[in-house]
Ligand binder design. Structure first.
Ligand code: 8YV
Length: 327
């Protein structure tokens, strides 16, 4: 009998996902709480035909050279900056990601983080929990309005558009955006958004939300120059990838109140957090949870699993990132 393909699940995932994969594959799981080092990950992958990754495991030329059996890596994230797509294509390894199923959930969170940041929700809760609330005062945690203000979105893919719709149609915001390519008129109308230059976006927005993919060109693309362009009362929200923002420059801008506040769900070098960020009061910090609802995380993991199953059974996957010749 032909041997079933061997699959590694690189982090602990829901039992239903493991069961689904076991219908087709020999599956090696990862115990709860375990994050393999790059060396351990490579060792475990050496005898595998496929891998379900979670966005944190790097697949590059060195790993591919050490894992010659590998044919597919299925990311359960939409972002895929952990994949070196050129190296994967050159090695004939298919890459897939998990878009769409997380769009609305992630946009909900982007908006929640924007509101928490502008209305100083976590800062005021810390104050209350610390027993410091002694009296009402007119300006107690007075923040910035959301409704009727200008929302600037950098990166106008599916999640950016979903945030734009919330802002324009739910909160009566003027939505401006900048993106590598401009949306067509129908899409702009659907999300009530107007295309502007990058500088205009930073200069005119009351709230800037970052939703762009993390590429080498996007490294620290938001830093001192952008904070200098922003309005003093403006806020910045990052739900994309930590490396997009120069965190040291952000800390300086927040301390000097060159911008009012920031909300960060992603960090350069996460799960380590730049210690300076922890000392700044006007920043809301969350541990990369923008897509974290149980139904959405299940849908993301199942999409990755179905991509693995599709690849080995029919040769078809739902969300490919590159093209390689089939199995
Ligand atoms: C994931 C994300 O939860 O999909 C993405 O790109 O950033 C999150 O939704 C995370 O990457 C999983 O590691």
């Amino acid at each position: 009998m032909r041997q079933r393909p061997a699959i590694l699940i690189a982090r602990d995932v829901f039992p239903a996902v493991v069961e689904r994969l076991r219908e087709h594959f020999e599956v090696e799981t990862t115990p709860p709480g375990v994050v393999w080092s790059a060396v351990e990950f490579t060792e475990r992958l050496q005898d595998k035909d496929g891998v379900l990754t979670t966005g944190g495991e790097r697949i590059d030329a060195a790993l591919l050279a050490a894992c010659p059996r590998l044919k597919i890596a299925a990311n359960l994230a939409v972002g895929h900056n952990n994949f070196d797509l050129d190296a994967m294509t050159a090695a004939g390894v298919l890459a897939t990601n998990a878009p769409d199923v997380l769009t609305e959930t992630t946009a909900d969170f982007g908006f929640a983080l924007l509101m928490a940041t502008a209305r100083r929700i976590t800062e005021s809760e810390h104050f209350l929990r610390a027993g410091r609330w002694k009296q009402w005062s007119l300006d107690l945690f007075a923040g910035a309005d959301i409704h009727g203000t200008t929302l600037g979105i950098l990166g106008m893919g599916r999640i950016g558009q979903a945030i734009a719709r919330r802002g324009a149609h739910g909160f009566g915001m003027r939505v401006i955006y900048h993106n590598r390519s401009r949306l067509d008129a129908a899409k702009e109308a659907a999300c009530g958004a107007r295309y502007v230059s990058r500088d205009e976006l930073f200069a005119h927005a009351d709230h800037v939300v970052l939703v762009l993919p993390y590429t080498p060109a996007a490294h620290h693309t938001v830093g001192a120059a952008e904070f200098a362009l922003m309005k003093p009362g403006a806020t910045l929200v990052n739900i994309a990838r930590g490396g997009i923002v120069d965190e040291d420059a952000l800390v300086a801008a927040l301390r000097e109140r060159r911008i009012a506040a920031a909300g960060l769900d992603v960090f350069e070098g996460e799960p380590q957090v730049n210690p300076a960020l922890l000392t700044v009061p006007n920043v809301v910090l969350t541990p990369h949870i923008a897509s974290a609802t149980l139904p959405t995380r299940m849908a993301m993991a199942m999409l990755a699993a179905e991509n693995l199953i599709g690849f080995f059974t029919t040769g078809q996957v739902r969300t490919p990132l590159n093209r390689v010749s089939s199995v």
